[in-house]
Write a protein that binds this ligand. Structure first.
Ligand SMILES: C[S@@+](CC[C@H](N)C(=O)[O-])C[C@H]1O[C@@H](n2cnc3c(N)ncnc32)[C@H](O)[C@@H]1O
Length: 214
């Protein structure tokens, strides 16, 4: 599922994606302000799917002093973030797929912001979270931000959890897990804690954030 979604990101332009952030109410970084207290003391943060660099920009403006590893596999986006942040000493940018990526050093937090997690099938969600578990230091955290289950999104809802969004550049197929599935996934992999938090974006979109602790 995740590989088929690549088409949209490889063809989409930065302006389109930035506009989408505005429509969703992410341009104000309300999501990042919400989760920042949980990650601000992390020595190394891995961002999964860094897009046009919204989270990197936020962390820098916040004065975050640790290391950032940004993984972004789509060409237009990775070339943009490389140009903008690639020469900064504490920022490492990788064009690899998170499904196969291994960092050179352990990390303290992994960020999956603005729905990237739901662009993976249930099986891919499990395997990615298992891979991330092995990258984390003890007490390391994973932050996952997804739409609140049951809320109408821009996609066409096939049922409660499956949706497809036909963008002008390709279709994005998504799977929104429920809280029981997330707890089961965390327990099976070995995370010692999982909690769910709720907030609304600046466009009143209801969201769930999961915080998993190794
Ligand atoms: C909705 S955007 C989120 C951007 C960013 N996290 C933010 O909050 O602004 C999802 C991004 O994840 C990237 N992506 C999707 N699957 C990926 C994968 N398997 N490995 C690396 N990047 C991926 C896409 O190319 C896209 O840029």
């Amino acid at each position: 599922m995740n590989d088929k979604n690549l088409d949209h990101y490889n063809k989409a332009n930065l302006g389109f994606q930035m506009d989408l952030a505005k429509q969703g109410g992410f341009d104000t970084n309300v999501d990042l302000e919400f989760i920042y207290p949980h990650i601000k003391n992390s020595g190394t943060i891995l961002e999964v799917g860094a897009g046009f660099g919204r989270c990197i920009d936020f962390l820098l403006k916040k004065g975050y002093k640790g290391k950032i590893i940004a993984v972004e596999r789509s060409f237009p986006f990775v070339s943009h973030i490389r140009e903008t942040y690639g020469k900064m000493p504490d920022i490492e940018i990788s064009d690899e797929d998170i499904k196969t990526f291994t960092p050179k050093t352990k990390i303290d937090a992994a960020l999956w912001m603005w729905s990237i997690f739901i662009e993976f099938s249930k099986e891919q969600q499990f395997h990615s979270m298992q891979n991330i578990y092995h990258m984390l230091n003890e007490n390391g955290k994973v932050i996952i931000d997804i739409p609140r289950l049951g809320i109408k999104t821009i996609g066409k809802h096939l049922d409660a959890k499956n949706l497809v969004w036909e963008s002008p550049f390709g279709s994005l197929t998504c799977y929104i897990p429920d809280e029981d599935e997330m707890r089961e996934l965390a327990k099976k992999i070995g995370y010692k804690e999982i909690k769910s938090l709720y907030y609304k974006t600046s466009q009143d979109k209801e969201r769930t954030v999961y915080i998993l602790v190794k």
